[in-house]
Design a protein around this ligand. Structure first.
Ligand code: C2E
Ligand code: CA
Ligand code: CA
Ligand code: CA
Length: 275
C-alpha cells in the first residue's frame, strides 16, 4: 500500500511537472507573438433580430502558432491574463479592430472583448481614445464587451472607468449575462447599453422550459432597463424563431455565420451588392 502510494505520488508530481512545463513553454511562445505577427482577428456578424441585416462584427482573437496551428482564445487568454501579457495583447486587439473597422466598406460596428485584468491594469480609456483618433473612427461604431467580473474587485473604480469609456461616445455591452455569480445589484451601478445572453442559455432553448423562462426574463429585464439584447450561440432555426418571438434585438451564432477572417465577409457583401 505504501509503495503504491509513493508510486501514485510520483506519478502525480511528474504529471504536474509536465503540465507546468507545457504552460511555461506556451507562455514563452506567447511572448513576442505580436511582434512575430502571429495574432489575428476573426470576425463574427451580429444581425438584426427582425431584418437579418448585419449591424456589428465581433472581433475574436486567434493565435496562428507556427507548430500548433490556429490556437483558440480559451487556450491562451487565461494564461495571458495570469502573466500580464493580456495588456499588450488587449491593446493590439483594440488597435487592430479599430483600424480594420475604419477600412470597411460599410459603417458596421465593431465589438471588442476586454478581460477584467486588462480593464483594471491598462489605460483602457487612453488606448480606445487613441485608436479612435488615429483611425478617425466614429466612436458610435465601437462597442466594448465586458463581463460582470470587471465590477467585482473595485466597483467604484470600475464604474468610473466605464463612465469615462462611455464619455468617449462608445457603447458598453455586458457579455455572458447570467453566467456570473454576483447578484443583480451591480446593474444599479452602471447602465450598460446592451446585454449579451450567453450561449449556455440559448443552447437549451426548445428543450428546456427553464431556459425559455430565463431567456425571456433576461430579454424583458434588458428591455425594461432600456437596453438592447443580443443572443449569442444561435445554431438552429428553432432557437432563432424562439428568440425572435421573445423580441431579442440581435442574433449571433453559427446559424448566421461562423467567425472568419473579415475578407470572407467583404467578398460576400460585394457579391450581394452586385447581384
Ligand atoms: P465570448 O466573448 O463569449 O465569445 C463567443 C464565443 O462563442 C466565441 O468563441 C465564438 O466563436 C463562439 N460562438 C459563436 N457562435 C457560436 C455558436 O453558434 N455555437 C457555439 N458553440 N459557439 C459559438 P471563441 O472565438 O473561441 O472565443 C472564446 C472566448 O474567448 C470569448 O467568449 C471571449 O471571452 C474570449 N475572447 C475572444 N477574443 C478575445 C479578445 O480579443 N480579448 C479577450 N480578452 N478575450 C477574447
Ligand atoms: Ca464577447
Ligand atoms: Ca459567452
Ligand atoms: Ca466571455
Amino acid at each position: 500500500v505504501k509503495q503504491e502510494g509513493r508510486g501514485g505520488l510520483r506519478f502525480f508530481e511528474s504529471s504536474m511537472n509536465t503540465q507546468l512545463h507545457a504552460r511555461l513553454q506556451l507562455e514563452q511562445e506567447l511572448i513576442g507573438a505580436i511582434e512575430r505577427d502571429e495574432l489575428l482577428l476573426h470576425y463574427q456578424p451580429l444581425v438584426n433580430g427582425i431584418t437579418g441585416e448585419v449591424e456589428t462584427f465581433e472581433a475574436l482573437i486567434r493565435w496562428q502558432h507556427p507548430q500548433r496551428g490556429l490556437v483558440p482564445p480559451a487556450e491562451f487568454i487565461p494564461l495571458a491574463e495570469e502573466t500580464g501579457l493580456i495588456d499588450a495583447i488587449g491593446r493590439w486587439v483594440i488597435e487592430t479592430a479599430c483600424r480594420d473597422a475604419a477600412g470597411w466598406e460599410q459603417p458596421w460596428r465593431v465589438s471588442v472583448n476586454v478581460s477584467p485584468s486588462q480593464f483594471h491594469h491598462s489605460d483602457i480609456c487612453g488606448i480606445v481614445a487613441t485608436a479612435l483618433r488615429v483611425n478617425q473612427l466614429d466612436p458610435a461604431r465601437v462597442v466594448v464587451e465586458v463581463t460582470e467580473g470587471v465590477l467585482i474587485d473595485d466597483a467604484t473604480k470600475a464604474v468610473a472607468t466605464l463612465n469615462r469609456l462611455r464619455d468617449l461616445g462608445i457603447r458598453i455591452a455586458l457579455d455572458d449575462f447570467g453566467t456570473g455569480y454576483s447578484s443583480l445589484s451591480y446593474l444599479q451601478l452602471f447602465r450598460f447599453d446592451k446585454f449579451k445572453i450567453d450561449k449556455s442559455f440559448v443552447r437549451r432553448l426548445g428543450q428546456s422550459e427553464d431556459a425559455l423562462t430565463l431567456t425571456r426574463t433576461i430579454v424583458n429585464l434588458g428591455h425594461n432597463l432600456g437596453l438592447h439584447v443580443t443572443a449569442e450561440g444561435v445554431e438552429t432555426q428553432a432557437q432563432l424563431e424562439i428568440l425572435q418571438a421573445l423580441g431579442c434585438d440581435q442574433i449571433q451564432g453559427y446559424l448566421v455565420a461562423r467567425p472568419a477572417p473579415m475578407g470572407s465577409f467583404m467578398e460576400l457583401d460585394r457579391a450581394r451588392t452586385v447581384a
